[in-house]
Design a protein around this ligand. Structure first.
Ligand SMILES: [Mg+2]
Length: 290
């Protein structure tokens, strides 16, 4: 019972033990709100102007890179799914949705406050509330790309059931939608569209030239995102030429495959064990000389 709460280890069979338990609980309450590993990340994501500045900068860069890629027909942002004669295909940009164009921090904040974590049920209810805000710079960038004739695709792991509310919220916020083309490609919408997004990028690449990929997760750029921390580092290094050129990454310290990499992407790992594995993954200073 390495991770059991301290009071469970007390023999609660006597009144004495119960009074110790009561004292422990009172002491816990006196210390203030319960700790949550996501508090600082969500606070940063939701309130820090430093976060907003970083996101806005990413979209300023995206616009510069978009113009370059539009002018150079030899370019594709994803050679793994696009090769051959693509120079004269109409241009497209591909963006993730959650925490790339829509800020979902109110859901993370709800979990922090309630001591809960992600569940498909509460997530769907959140999506249907349609309260996401736009990531700084995202509406302006996507409108710009659309005004220059590019199709703006949103490749999201929201589900088909969550698609109508997502489309409505994107539209309300001013994001360009595809007209008669379905540009919001959700998970499982087609049989081979799993949570890895490569098959959806390949689907777009059949008819369009991919100018830019924009996302907050390694999986928004490559299907090789579920490895260990070391394997992900290698994927990052191997794709050095893409970053800041035709792959534009946004910061997300609140969740993502970077986080689950620390515990082998096994979401059944108990929270305390996840925390221990994250601590174990840190490289640390040896401390001051004695
Ligand atoms: Mg995302």
């Amino acid at each position: 019972m390495k991770y059991a709460l301290p009071f469970l280890s007390l023999a609660a069979s006597s009144l004495g033990a119960l009074s110790v338990l009561a004292t422990d609980l009172q002491a816990e309450e006196a210390k203030g709100p319960k700790a949550d590993d996501n508090l600082n990340a969500v606070l940063w994501d939701q309130t820090a102007v430093e976060a907003k500045a970083t996101m806005a900068q990413a979209y300023v860069l995206a616009r510069i890179r978009f113009d370059e890629a539009l002018a150079d027909k030899s370019r594709t942002a994803d050679p793994s799914v696009q090769s051959g004669d693509f120079a004269n295909k109409p241009p497209a940009v591909v963006l993730d949705v959650d925490d790339t164009v829509l800020n979902t921090s109110q859901y993370q904040a709800w979990n922090v406050k309630g001591g809960t974590s992600f569940s498909p049920k509460t997530w769907t209810a959140y999506v249907r509330a349609k309260i996401d805000t736009a990531i700084p710079g995202a509406v302006e960038f996507t409108q710009y790309a659309a005004s220059k004739g590019a199709k703006v695709f949103y490749v999201s792991n929201r589900t088909k059931e969550e698609e109508p509310a997502t489309a409505e919220r994107l539209k309300e916020l001013g994001f360009p939608m595809g007209g008669n083309v379905d540009t919001l490609l959700t998970a499982k919408e087609m049989e081979d569209w799993g949570s890895a997004k490569g098959t959806r990028r390949a689907f777009i690449a059949r008819d369009y030239r991919l100018l830019l990929l924009v996302g907050d997760n390694l999986g928004d750029f490559t299907d090789a995102y579920k490895g260990s921390i070391e394997e992900r580092q290698k994927v990052f290094d191997d794709n050095a030429a893409h970053w800041g050129k035709d792959w534009i990454a946004l910061p997300n310290p609140t969740y993502g495959s970077w986080e689950s990499a620390a515990y082998g992407h096994d979401f059944k790992t108990p929270p305390e064990e996840q925390r221990q594995k994250k601590i174990d993954a840190l490289k640390t200073w040896s401390g001051p000389a004695q």
